[in-house]
Design a protein around this ligand. Structure first.
Ligand SMILES: C[S@@+](CC[C@H](N)C(=O)[O-])C[C@H]1O[C@@H](n2cnc3c(N)ncnc32)[C@H](O)[C@@H]1O
Length: 425
């Protein structure tokens, strides 16, 4: 039913949260198994649909039967579940859902797949959607933007994401935390800065010192924001789209700044507070539309602004595989417009000589380079600075086994407009 809800346009995270609330007796193992199935089926939905489309003669009348078959095919094609148990339970579930008349169809489809598994998979993978498991518009956009690397980018979006930690340097050194991991027998790899990758993902509560705030889970790609802001004690810093607070916390762990954490979603802002409490950090939190300056700004300018803008999340799709099916092609232009609105409004709150770091977890140029090029074209007093100690020239991190996909652009507000720049007027 969770997959069916996603097929009908609901978010996987909120569906799973509702499921856990509805069935509090589920054990950690039950939850893990359900989550693996739901994530796996979303991740491979394009291939699963191509497979199923070739296994049935007519489109499905009953969406629950279709969802059941997609899940069962996922189990048969991508997991080590015992084949007979998958087929039996799919047939039983079919009757349980009130679609007893489809039992024969379900049984027949799954048994045909099992008999012809390799040919069926190869045939399904012959099309773009079957091969990459994204909507065609998404594949086309990535191919156009990254003609050499598009297959790697799309494949990385289907991989299992790494579990990366950020050590809270206010509470513990990297070396001390590594000793704790060694003592607990947890294999890990230091990356750079405050980042460590755990070799085999595990529930965060099993990490030493997690509840006491010694570490947080944060992708390595997200851990570039705080160092790039060039923080110094007592600077006035704005995190304009702060929830759930990963980058806010890293800023506060890095330097004793005065931080205002803003987010338009009051519920998500509560998670910022919870995260800061766990890490024993503090900031001023305000729920507001960051672009609506009148509603929250007191007129005192900021030395640093982090704009981690709402975006397609195309760089983190492996963590949210439902996104690729929920987004529509036309959403990208709308998101880019919203990013422009935020950039233009927040620029007014930046002090001369101050720096604004624009971040998106996107691989689509409208939300990355093109956004910044357009902004620089209209904003006379903005200078695009090089990124120090950043692994990729140009600011785009493409997703790979070490980090998710992110884009960074650091802009400085010049005291005087630069000569020869075009005006907005
Ligand atoms: C990419 S997430 C931020 C992640 C966060 N910086 C972190 O590292 O944990 C984008 C956030 O922007 C918020 N948001 C979207 N539009 C906004 C607006 N106009 N003003 C303020 N916040 C906004 C969303 O509620 C969401 O929490």
């Amino acid at each position: 039913m969770t997959l069916l809800a996603v097929l009908r346009g609901r978010s996987l995270t909120s569906e799973l949260t509702a499921l856990w609330q509805g069935y509090p007796s589920f054990s950690v193992q039950d939850r893990g198994a359900i989550q693996d199935l739901a994530y796996g089926a979303c991740r491979w939905l394009g291939t699963l649909r191509a497979l199923l489309g070739a296994l049935v003669e007519r489109p499905f009348k009953d969406a629950p039967v279709e969802a059941l078959l997609l899940i069962a095919l996922y189990q048969l094609g991508w997991t080590r579940a015992a084949a007979h148990a998958v087929v039996d339970s799919a047939v039983t579930c079919c009757a349980g859902l009130g679609f007893g008349s489809a039992k024969g169809l379900v049984n027949g489809v799954l048994r045909t797949f099992l008999r012809e598994r390799e040919q069926r998979l190869a045939r399904a993978r012959a099309s773009d959607i079957g091969r990459f498991s994204y909507p065609q518009w998404w594949i086309d956009r990535v191919r156009l933007a990254w003609p050499q690397a598009y297959a790697d980018v799309l494949d990385a979006g289907n991989a299992h994401p790494p579990l990366t930690l950020r050590v809270n340097r206010r509470r513990c050194s990297l070396a001390d935390y590594r000793s704790r991991l060694d003592a607990a027998g947890i294999e890990h790899l230091p990356l750079a800065g405050d980042a460590l990758r755990i070799a085999r993902p595990m529930p965060v509560q099993r990490l030493p010192g997690f509840d006491e705030g010694l570490v947080s889970v944060q992708d390595w790609g997200a851990q570039f924001a705080a160092p790039l802001l060039d923080l110094r004690p007592r600077l006035r810093v704005l995190d304009a789209c702060a929830a759930p607070g990963g980058k806010s916390a890293h800023i506060l762990e890095s330097e004793a700044v005065e931080l205002l954490a803003l987010d338009r979603d009051p519920l998500r802002l509560r998670r910022v507070q919870e995260n800061l409490d766990r890490l024993r950090l503090s900031a001023m939190l305000v729920a507001a539309d960051a672009a609506d300056l009148q509603s929250w700004w007191d007129g005192r300018s900021f030395d640093r602004i982090l704009l981690d803008a709402p975006c397609s999340a195309s760089g983190v799709v492996r963590r949210h595989p439902d996104i690729k099916w929920l987004r529509r092609d036309q959403d990208i232009a709308q998101l880019a417009t919203e990013q422009t609105r935020l950039l233009q409004a927040l620029w007014q709150t930046l002090a001369p000589g101050g720096k604004l770091l624009f971040v998106t977890c996107s691989v689509f140029p409208e939300e990355t380079h093109a956004q910044i090029t357009a902004f620089l074209h209209t904003q006379e007093d903005a200078e695009h600075l090089p990124l120090r100690d950043f692994p990729q020239a140009g600011g785009q991190l493409l997703p790979d086994e070490e980090h998710d996909g992110f884009f960074y652009a650091l802009l400085e507000k010049r005291p005087q407009p630069r000569h020869g720049a075009k005006s907005d007027a």
